[in-house]
Design a protein around this ligand. Structure first.
Ligand SMILES: [Zn+2]
Length: 373
């Protein structure tokens, strides 16, 4: 863990005899054991966990931005959630993991397959793809397969990271340090749900729907408002500051690393019940009612906070609906709205020179002022 972090910090110029990319480093360090820390075993960090779960219930909400200290389990949480989610039905042999149930989100290759007969399907785990800093545009969107071109003289497309992330999570550690042109590209694709590559005589179109999970450290560079607004949630994680929590975090981590299989077995039933809960919530989310009174409360809250545009309000209402669904409620209630308000609104507030309180405090205060009669 410590070694991985040390290597990550040196990602720009890894100290190795032979040049290796950051990506291969990351993968090498994760691949020796495929074990994933169970989501249910993560101590605390409730706001982050809930935001990730809600984003998994309704992926159209946009991604999750996680601010906070290093080593607080951000990467662990996202990998744990992906491992917990039910496997996806994908079209067999599809390099983009196309959904057999969606005829609109199909790659060119699957459209061609469709013409020749029945599509075979298989189950695949929900992907988590790391987008390293310093990544090239080719690596992100895909490019001409040079090996095929040189050895066989065939113009073929080599899919990029967006292809691998389709229907899963795209994880960017320190998103605030990502180059602007890559950020713009990701925002475009995230908005359209499709990656269109037209270059080097290639014209390829494939679905690329993913939940963006970015981590940031506000001290290491500002995030552009345009980027912030695209994230459905922003959550803060902190190193736990009470003794018992710290002891428990370290105890579980140690126990997992000593014997991953036994540790995972111990938590499997809790992960299993959460899996069922998420699956059920996904199934009923679109039928959960949003009363007019809730829409009004959301509007009043956003007006009081002065959030730009209506994206915040829309996200707030939809996140509350996903939470209601998760809590097996058929109708959105005030408690759902208030619960998700800080995470859906705090990154959309304009800086107020007369009010130096943190964004979280401003949201909480507005809720209290408006709704505690
Ligand atoms: Zn396909």
């Amino acid at each position: 863990m410590l070694l991985t972090r040390m290597l990550r910090r040196q990602r720009i110029a890894p100290v190795f005899d032979e040049p290796r990319t950051v990506e291969s480093l990351d993968r090498n360090f994760e691949s020796p054991k495929k074990a994933t820390f169970p989501f249910s075993a993560i101590v605390g960090q409730d706001e982050m966990k809930l935001a990730l779960v809600i984003a998994a219930i309704d992926p159209s909400l946009g991604g999750v931005l996680v601010f906070g200290d290093r080593g607080t389990g951000k990467s662990t949480a996202i990998r744990a959630l992906a491992a917990l989610l039910p496997k996806m039905h994908v079209i067999a042999d599809c390099r983009y993991g196309c959904d057999p149930c969606s005829t609109s989100a199909r790659c060119d290759e699957c459209r061609a397959r469709e013409q020749t007969g029945l599509l075979k399907t298989k189950l695949a785990p929900v992907p988590v793809v790391d987008l390293p800093l310093g990544v090239t545009e080719d690596r992100v969107v895909g490019a001409l397969d040079l090996e095929m071109a040189l050895t066989r003289g065939v113009k073929a497309f080599q899919p990029g990271l967006l292809a691998r992330a389709n229907r899963g999570f795209l994880y960017i550690d320190e998103v605030n340090l990502l180059e602007d042109h890559i950020v713009d590209l990701l925002l475009d694709v995230a908005a359209s749900g499709e990656n269109l590559v037209e270059r080097e005589g290639l014209s390829v179109r494939h679905p690329a729907r993913f939940v963006l999970v970015g981590t940031g450290n506000p001290e290491e560079g500002e995030l552009r408002p345009q980027l912030l607004d695209r994230f459905g949630f922003s959550v803060e994680v902190k190193t736990p500051d009470d003794l018992q929590t710290r002891i428990e975090v370290v105890r579980r981590r140690d126990s997992f690393e000593q014997d991953p299989a036994a540790f995972m077995a111990k938590w499997e039933s809790q992960d299993e019940s959460l899996r069922h809960q998420i699956t059920a919530a996904r199934g009923r989310v679109s039928s959960v009612l949003i009363p007019d009174s809730i829409r009004e409360q959301a509007a009043r809250l956003c007006m009081a906070l002065g959030t730009d545009g209506l994206r915040g309000e829309l996200t707030l209402i939809r996140a509350a609906r996903a939470l209601a669904s998760f809590e097996e409620s058929n109708v959105v209630e005030t408690k759902h709205l208030h619960h998700v308000a800080p995470a859906t609104l705090r990154h959309r507030l304009r800086r107020n020179v007369l009010d130096e309180s943190s964004s979280s405090v401003r949201v909480e205060r507005a809720i209290t002022e408006l709704f505690s009669a």
